[in-house]
Design a binder for this molecule. Sequence first.
Ligand SMILES: Cc1cc2nc3c(=O)[nH]c(=O)nc-3n(C[C@H](O)[C@H](O)[C@H](O)COP(=O)(O)OP(=O)(O)OC[C@H]3O[C@@H](n4cnc5c(N)ncnc54)[C@H](O)[C@@H]3O)c2cc1C
Length: 309
Amino acid sequence: MTARHASSALEALLVDDKFDGDVYPAEPMARHTMYRIGGPARFYVQVASVGALARLIDVCDLMDVPWVVVGRGSNLLVADEGFPGVVVTLGRDFRTCRFDEEVGRFCVGAGVPLSSVVQEAFRRSLAGLEFCVGTPGTVGGALRMNAGSRDEWIGERVASVTTFSPSKGLARRAGDEIAWAYRSSSFLPDEVVVECELSVEPADPFFIRGKMEASLARRKKTQPLTDPSCGSVFRNPTGDSAGSLVERAGLRGTRCGGAQVSEVHANFIVNTGDATARDVKDLIELVQAKVNETYGIELQPEVRFLGFA
Ligand SMILES: Cc1cc2nc3c(=O)[nH]c(=O)nc-3n(C[C@H](O)[C@H](O)[C@H](O)COP(=O)(O)OP(=O)(O)OC[C@H]3O[C@@H](n4cnc5c(N)ncnc54)[C@H](O)[C@@H]3O)c2cc1C
């Protein structure tokens, strides 16, 4: 299948009134990542329903075009050359959030911003999600990354999850059928999280507010929240802190082009304004090499890469 044919099949979706989604050719990913960095996706598609998601993936697989689902791009570094495939985001039908009083669970679409669920839980005096306050991104991205703090993570709150994959279609599993690990989960690479149920419990609103405010205050004090970033770049190695290792290796403030190891938190690499993906990647590699040379520890990236060879 030639690239021209692949494009044609995808472009057909652009003008197909029956396709329940929006297709944007050559869409700059810098518009869709919190780093504000990234070249064009060959196609950027927002699907509004599971039917549209299934149809799009079908076309991609038939045409042998790579595809990836993203949320808000808050943990994503996209190459300057962009992504030579289809970037999928979850629209309308994936953006619903309802609370089931009987079972005490939120039923949430994967495209819902995590912050909306946290706020809705607070509004209803329901505890369990306070640790997510200030974590950007969608519910789908949070589940894939098993987002959380040092002591709590979203996987612990997942009562059930529904995914879509080309081979199995829609499948629902209990939360404890997923292996949740530190900033990772056992979803398969071609598995799209479409919905989940999150468990919460009634609590004193002052207790909930107290936890949320303490967490936000800690972030404000310790994280560079005004510069574009992807949050923590490296996973903490067992028994140590990545930020502390980077700092002890004397790398705080180190720059590659427009990318800089944050002066505020050494596990953040920020875009000071005109950073390219290459700048960020070079800085990541420089930090890894220096920490390895100094402490014999290989820092593993937490940030996800897209479009790099
Ligand atoms: C300022 C800042 C602070 C942060 N603080 C924290 C924190 O405290 N704790 C923490 O854990 N993280 C933190 N992060 C990182 C990031 O917010 C989380 O990893 C977040 O859960 C990613 O969600 P997203 O929707 O933006 O996913 P994206 O960045 O868009 O994608 C991340 C990964 O998830 C996959 N993915 C996205 N949606 C789906 C889906 N529906 N189905 C399957 N796979 C999917 C993508 O393919 C990609 O591999 C922070 C980031 C920033 C910028």
